[in-house]
Ligand binder design. Sequence first.
Ligand SMILES: [Zn+2]
Length: 256
Amino acid sequence: MVQWTYTPSRSPPAKVQRRVVQWRKACHAEVAPDRPVVTFTFDDFPKSALNGADIVERYGGRAGFYACTSFVGQRSPVMGEMFDGATLAELRARGHEIGAHTHSHLDCARAGLAKVERDIGENLVALSEIGHHETVSSFAFPYGETSYSAKRWVGDVFATGRGILPGVNVGDCDRSQLRAVELGASAMHRRRALAALKTAIDAKGWLFFFTHDVSRTPTDYGVPADLLEELALRAVEAGAVLATPTFGAVLSGVID
Ligand SMILES: [Zn+2]
């Protein structure tokens, strides 16, 4: 049974652990692109994220899609119809990147390392079973939740791991817990996204945006299409490259 609703612990110890983990870098990397880089990413992910691919492509870019394989072909009561093998094939053909996101949408802060490894392994096997045979080199932690040991392991297996801590990646970063700014429908989301974009342009950094569904009337987890469009336009006008996670890592000098 797919678990559609889960909330990571808000207990004081969990909050302390989250803070400690975010400051303890597992895989140091120097982020220093020649031009600002913006990476739009879609988690889980609902089929409507294809609308996001259309928008990013219109501005000459490509995006990242983190696939949680227990959701394949399901209908989420929260986000609608989820991706399937055909969705992945289409995105691949259009030059977008498919990333890993665990099989069961695992809270990697609560699970032991062995369980994290098994679940991500299952994710990769399931991706190949639905026709994705390419190397998967990017990963995003469900809920952004992680531990130091999980980050180390993710850093060994993938070129990049993405979290959900807001901020722009520039200078000394943790390539297994890259920062990312959430996109949503509220005025606050728009303000924060525009501010982060300005910082990324000014500091010549690498900015990840993350969201789920994309439409004119998104769910609480998704982004309005016009905000995505506005951000892509502004980014490109300011000279940024709209890159997939792994291409973004190359442009930023994080990997060769
Ligand atoms: Zn997720």
